[in-house]
Design a protein. Structure first.
Lengths: 335, 337, 293
């Protein structure tokens, strides 16, 4: 058993190596001048040289790479030219916000998407089903940033129901840091006022982000439900007089959910790297925004760091799913 | 004794891409308590659809019932609103299907599945749980009782098992338990032993027989296996292409078959004495149900067919209780039995 | 139970069957119509625009920020330019870019996937590990990074996005090639002395076309979205070349008072992607009904 876990963990190493090599290779393409940008237009040559030296950018790239990788072993992800802080610190600061956003979005998508998928399967070939299919494709087609913009326009600017952006208004103090999720931390601290405020800020970006996964999950659930409905055991359940609701939930629902669950894991990882646009529109202080700003400033380190961290989370998440599968099903362990 | 189930002149059509198929062409069947009726015929003769029709499990857009009645204890099932029909299912009419592998919910424990059926039945008739209070607990106790009755060892422990932890024979027993837990008056078993080993078959059939004796219910056993019919059933109805062509007590129908089709069917069953090359088949093929022959559907293959057979023959008694739908039945040996 | 038993046409009627299914699916027809409209504007947008000179960059500062009216159906922007004209012209850029991304991604991916699937062994291992690696990197960030590294401009943007797009095709083609490799007609071709290259290109790949086309049509919508997304952030095409994403980004600065400047490009985006998705969905049902999920 341990051998299995160990073998799987070993696969992480080539991934890290590969990731860093690729990102470094991209950095190599940089025709720009990150040091010049960071130093500002009025810096002298000497100042620029000093800045370059401070960030180790004057050495040849392969030396930089080796320094970087050895730094990784100590948890050092380099320093950002833009913020002048260690990237690791920056990422630690911005990651929870992105996670909070993604988890909220996935929650919405799952809680609404799965029952809706089951429901539309039972409405099959009648007009509500048709309508929901069109709406689902519409939801997937809607550009997230346009939707975000529209929501801001309607709910924040015209109706003033919800705040425009950001995680918290400037005047509100964030709750003591426990998880890094402002909503959760506020709850833990018992501060319902801050909790509600945080929730109001989270609402629009989470909804904008959730629309696409919601539609996809709904369609997947519908498809597997339809497949399950053709199974013999559903007929038996009907023949033995089980009430309709119970059949839907216990018989059809339970069997249809498993295929959808695997997709949810994948979607989670994908969303993690896809928050850039929503964070930009709503000024949400997450990794997406951080990476974007870094890219615009041609600041290499944060981008590599962010890509690395997200990529790692994705791989580790898959690993955990893999391992738990092996725990549950002994046959898998020997492959 | 009034009939438990009385199917009269049931017609069923199904819309296929090729056209409208006349699947059931005036089926007539009567079952009383304490009787085990075998319903035999080739694949496609309509026996399964007849069974499904009794519980109205045939989806009605492609299916249509232009005529006929299905009287269950005097009430015409065809006229019942859906909620009343659901009350009948499980509680009054139980069903078992062919393949035990695919008929159990793979993601629910056996105990839960049994309990759910019991609770559904108790919802319409609390006496199922013995008029005891405490719904779920009583249902659980009942489930244990049923499991032991169908011969499953350590029933209490087995409640927590999943279907894939059981063998085929055990699963079929569980399905029988599920069909019987609501104390139905009528049990419809559609090829319950076809997917099982011969040895297990015998046990299941014995179980069915015992249940009939204990609970005084009526059973319809749908099968294409005449051996099963001979062993287990008290009565038999022979179907061909949507019609019941002969019906009556097993000893009479099998001992002295009157309908030419029944004769041919019985003759084709190989016996121990049958030598190589002596296997008797029946020439011709089952008719096209979209464009069936007028009148008797067996006429094209029948050695005794005449012009009269262009009109559909009705079931008529050749002996008390033994009925045939034929203008030229074999009567010679009938009187000898 | 099926509602109506499906007709079993012989294989030679494949095209007839596909056409029949297309006629039955209203959604794919709507999608096809929308796509045709979008393509029409992609080709003729610049010419048909009510104010073509503004599309080329002319401004009319006196007329800035006019709300929707008879002369300007979607109002004017901060430079007095007609928003509708800019949006119409922007169709060209967005759609062309989307096409470019999908086509390049397909070509690259097919090359990698076909090689991996056909060669097998360590070539397959290496190529697939590399593909998986690219997949691990969040695709948007990857595209952004490459685009920023290459610099602004249409070609750079398309190239950057394509480089994050090809892994999906690589995997798809590899799977198809792996399966096709075992087919009888491959063995037959080999027996006749055909070279591996010939087998691959003349025999195997033509049979893989169906799923590739389905994926391409499904991807078009998202490719357009990605292009616009990059434009929105400010990477890629720069004004005065009109592009939906950049139009939206500029419009954002002038909210809420001049909200109409965002409507035309946003809606155009939605309609285009919606049309392509409907069509793609329909194509998938037609060409690969078993894969309907």
């Amino acid at each position: 058993m341990l051998k299995f876990i160990f073998r799987r963990l070993l696969t992480l190493i080539p991934v890290i190596v590969g990731l860093t090599v690729i990102m470094f290779a991209i950095a190599r393409l940089l025709p720009g001048d990150p040091v010049g940008l960071a130093a500002g237009p009025n810096a002298t040559t000497a100042e620029r040289a000093a800045l370059a030296k401070e960030f180790g950018l004057d050495k040849p790239i392969w030396v930089q790479y080796i320094q970087y990788v050895s730094g990784l072993a100590h948890g050092d992800l380099g320093r950002s030219l833009l913020t002048r802080r260690p990237v690791a610190l920056d990422i630690a600061a911005y990651l929870p916000a992105t996670l909070e956003l993604v988890i909220a979005a996935m929650l919405i998508a799952v809680v609404i998407g799965i029952p809706l998928g089951l429901l539309t399967a039972t409405w099959r070939n009648r007009w509500p089903d048709y309508l929901s299919q069109v709406l689902a494709i519409g939801a997937i087609s809607m550009p997230r940033f346009f939707l975000g913009l529209l929501m801001q326009l309607v709910f924040a600017m015209w109706l003033s129901w919800l705040p425009l952006g950001g995680q918290l208004p400037i005047v509100v103090f964030p709750p003591p840091h426990v998880t890094g999720f402002i909503t959760v931390d506020a709850l833990i601290a018992g501060d319902t006022g801050t909790f509600v405020t945080a929730l109001r800020h989270l609402a629009m970006p989470a909804i904008a982000l959730s629309l696409s996964p919601l539609a996809t999950i709904m369609r997947m659930m519908r498809a597997s439900s339809i497949e399950v409905m053709g199974q013999d055991y559903v007929m038996t359940a009907r023949a033995l007089g089980l009430p309709r609701r119970k059949i839907m939930l216990k018989v059809i629902g339970r069997n249809a959910v498993s295929a959808t669950l695997t997709v949810i894991g994948l979607y989670f990882g994908w969303l993690l790297g896809g928050t850039v646009l929503v964070e930009t529109v709503f000024d949400w202080p997450g990794l997406g925004l951080y990476a974007t700003k870094a890219i615009m400033a041609q600041d290499m380190m944060p981008v590599i760091g962010v890509a690395l961290v997200i990529g790692l989370i994705f791989v580790v998440a898959n690993l955990i799913i893999d391992i738990s599968y092996g725990l549950v099903n002994p046959k898998v362990r020997y492959t | 004794m009034a009939a438990l189930l009385d199917i009269r002149d049931l017609h069923l059509t199904m819309t296929t891409f090729d056209g409208v198929a006349h699947v059931l062409n005036g089926v007539a069947l009567s079952v009383r308590r304490g009787e085990i009726w075998g319903l035999v015929g080739e694949s496609g003769c309509g026996k399964s659809l007849t069974g499904l029709s009794i519980s109205r499990l045939v989806p009605s857009p492609p299916a249509n019932y232009p005529a006929g009645e299905i009287l269950f204890e005097g009430e015409d099932v065809m006229q019942l609103p859906p909620r009343r029909m659901q009350a009948l299912r499980g509680k009054r009419i139980g069903m078992i299907f062919q393949d035990p592998t695919t008929n159990l919910n793979p993601t629910a424990r056996i105990g839960d599945q049994l309990i759910d059926v019991a609770l559904a039945a108790a919802g319409h008739d609390p006496s199922v749980l013995g008029n005891a209070p405490g719904g779920r607990r009583a249902a659980r106790a009942l489930a244990i009782t049923m499991l032991s009755r169908v011969g499953i060892p350590e029933p209490e422990a087995r409640l927590a098992s999943y279907p894939h932890e059981f063998s085929g024979g055990m699963r079929q027993r569980v399905l029988i338990a599920m069909a019987l837990i609501g104390r139905p008056d009528l049990l419809i078993a559609d090829e319950p032993t076809t997917a099982l080993d011969v040895s297990v078959q015998a046990q299941i059939l014995a179980l069915l027989k015992g249940t009939v004796a204990d609970h005084d219910i009526g059973v319809i056993l749908i099968t294409h296996n005449l051996g099963v019919v001979a062993e287990t059933c008290s009565h038999v109805a022979v179907m061909y292409a949507g019609n019941v062509v002969e019906r009556g007590p097993v000893a009479q129908v099998i001992g002295a078959p009157a309908h030419p089709y029944t004769r041919a069917l019985l003759a084709s069953v190989p016996r121990r004495e049958t030598k190589r090359g002596e296997l008797q088949g029946l020439p011709g093929a089952v008719p096209d149900l979209v464009r069936p022959p007028p009148g008797c559907r067996f006429a094209p293959r029948c050695p005794r067919a005449t012009a009269a057979c262009a009109t559909l023959p009705k079931l008529e008694a050749v002996l008390p209780l033994h009925e045939v739908a034929c203008y030229h039945p074999h009567l010679e040996e009938a009187a000898l039995v | 139970m099926t509602e109506v038993i499906d007709l079993d046409l012989p294989a030679s009627d494949g095209f007839a069957r596909a056409l029949h299914r297309f006629r039955q699916s209203k959604l794919s027809q709507v999608g096809a119509v929308l796509v045709l409209i979008v393509l029409f504007f992609a080709v003729f947008g610049r010419i048909l625009a009510p104010y073509p000179d503004q599309v080329a960059g002319a401004v009319d500062v006196a007329a800035k920020f006019q709300p929707p009216s008879a002369q300007h159906w979607f109002g004017t922007n901060e430079l007095g330019q007609d928003v509708l004209s800019l949006t119409m012209a922007g169709t060209t850029v967005s759609v062309l870019a989307g096409f470019g991304v999908v086509v390049i991604g397909t070509v690259l991916g097919t090359l990698v996937g076909a090689t991996a699937g056909f060669a097998g062994g360590w070539v397959d291992e290496v190529l697939m590990r590399f593909t998986d690696l690219i997949l691990t990197i969040p695709s948007l960030i990857l595209a952004m990074a490459i685009a920023a590294a290459l610099g602004p401009g249409f070609q750079n943007m398309v190239l950057a996005i394509s480089l994050s797009w090809w892994p999906g095709y690589a995997r798809l083609v590899r799977g198809e090639v792996l399966a096709a490799r075992e087919e009888v007609y491959v063995t037959a071709a080999r027996a006749l002395g055909a070279t591996p290259g010939r087998i691959l290109f003349l025999h195997i790949l033509p049979n893989c076309v169906s799923p590739i086309i389905v994926k391409m049509s499904l991807d078009m919508g998202f490719a357009i979205l990605t292009v616009a997304g990059l434009g929105f952030i400010g990477i890629g095409v720069r004004p005065p070349i009109p592009e939906w994403g950049t139009l939206l980004s500029t419009a954002r600065n002038y909210m809420p008072d001049n909200w109409w400047t965002a409507m035309a490009p946003g809606m155009a985006m939605f309609v285009a992607v919606f049309g392509f998705n409907l069509l793609g969905d329909g194509l998938r049902d037609i060409l690969d009904p078993k894969g309907r999920r």
